[in-house]
Design a protein. Structure first.
Length: 235
């Protein structure tokens, strides 16, 4: 069943707690990203735990292998369920992070969902976005990560390529019908994600920026529930 990770992309603990209070009992998994963690660090994580929630710490580590390994070791002390790293860091970096034990689940970023093929061509004129995503995902799984962060549109191809290998798919860029895509480019609806059997979808502004975040979350969950029976066929 597809699970929502609500992105707590706010700048104060007060705003964070207001969202946690409104969403408790409906959402149990939350993303703490660069903005909130830079502002408040461990206090932001502890606040989620106080409300009985789990934390996806989305800091997208990208550095030399030893530095990333040390960072993953420190995240274990925070009690988070998962942490992200950029698969662009290469096999040695990924392997160093994966070898840390115990550790949170490692979820590897392929290409940011704010990027589209034209953005990639400005960096690598002959690069193909679908090919690069597949190569990065294959490299990440071979070096021991637990999940792939990618656009939902890329999941069917990756699932076929990785057949027989266990990996969670974690998809940002999720937008309900009628919502603004904001700075996201490669987007998908929650219903389509559920139909595809995607494990986790990260949703921020459509929930946290809604006039009634609880109703927004409940409406999304209802739509996903109706789509979910088709997910087994999609797998």
């Amino acid at each position: 069943m597809t699970q929502i990770i609500a992105a707590l992309d706010v700048d104060t603990l007060l705003k964070q707690e207001e969202l946690l209070e409104r969403l408790k009992g409906t959402i149990t998994f939350y993303k703490v990203g660069l903005r909130l963690f830079t502002a408040h660090g461990k206090r932001a994580i502890d606040l989620v735990h106080r409300y009985g929630g789990e934390v996806f710490l989305d800091l997208k580590f990208l550095d030399i292998p030893q530095t990333v390994a040390h960072a993953v070791h420190e995240t274990q002390k925070l009690g988070v369920k998962s942490v992200s790293l950029h698969l662009w860091g290469g096999p040695a970096m990924i392997r160093a992070a994966a070898e840390i034990q115990p550790r949170p689940k490692l979820w590897g970023v392929t290409m940011l969902t704010s990027m589209e093929p034209g953005d990639l061509r400005s960096l690598h004129p002959r690069a193909s976005l679908p090919t690069l995503v597949k190569n990065l995902a294959r490299q990440g799984i071979s070096q021991g990560i637990d999940g792939i962060i990618c656009s939902g549109n890329e999941v069917p191809g990756l699932r076929k390529m990785l057949r027989g290998k266990e990996a969670s798919f974690v998809c940002p860029g999720i937008r309900p019908v009628g919502s603004s895509s904001d700075d996201q480019k490669r987007v998908m609806t929650p219903e389509k994600a559920a139909e595809l059997g995607i494990h986790y979808i990260v949703i921020g502004r459509p929930i946290t920026g809604a006039p009634d975040p609880l109703k927004a979350a409940q409406d999304i969950l209802t739509g996903m529930k109706h789509a979910a029976p088709h997910s087994l066929e999609a797998r």
